[in-house]
Design a protein around this ligand. Sequence first.
Ligand code: ADE
Length: 252
Amino acid sequence: MRFDILTLFPDMFSSPFRESIIGRAIEKGLIEVRTINIRDFALDKHRVVDDTPYGGGQGMVMKVEPIARAIEWVKSQNPSAWTVHLTPQGKPFNQELASSLSSRPHLILLCGRYEGVDERVRELFVDEEISIGDYVLTGGELAAMVLIDVVARLLPGVLGSDRSAAEDSFFNSLLEYPQYTRPLDFRGKCVPEVLLSGNHAAIALWRRKEALRRTLTRRPDLLARANLSEEDRRLMEEILQERETDKGGDGA
Ligand code: ADE
């Protein structure tokens, strides 16, 4: 899969994509990440990429022509590349959206700066607008990094053969169960005994129950979308009963 990042700050991307899983995915040729400096597509000798807003007001607006020329340059290489604008006004990014993007062979990620981007960019060139959360970043660059990280790890081979994105939080609308490693006892906090039992069925059941408990406590909104089995419902009953008992105990 190919990612072409349109940005005024290509250097921001050099270190994050050299490291760890994404760095290895690039080395192995599983993904290609290219940064394209929008300034290289400016029309004038001063390479101006922004201007004051029509109608007045604070700040600068990114001009349409350099962005148009940069997108058209990429599209001349691959007309079917899918163009995403990272903006707080976009569709909220989540695992489902990441999964649908991961089936596209080529993404163009447009990173805005300043007070915004000329509206005609959206009208003429953008296929999809995406926000990574309800807050305002100084630009789309960090959002593009987040998007690439999340999408790339869904691609075959990126996580390695022994790991799978299928076990992730959100994959089946539940948060993940708690994990432990050595030591067995840290300052009196012990690893749950079932995890030492070697009983795989009991461990799987405990993990499912803890995933349900965690989701119920932290993100009850996710449960509404989760596909719960009969056994899950039984575990939920147990969790709710345990909560009642705990409440009674605390209050006594
Ligand atoms: N650019 C600025 N803030 C952003 C956000 N929350 N998501 C995506 N792009 C952005």
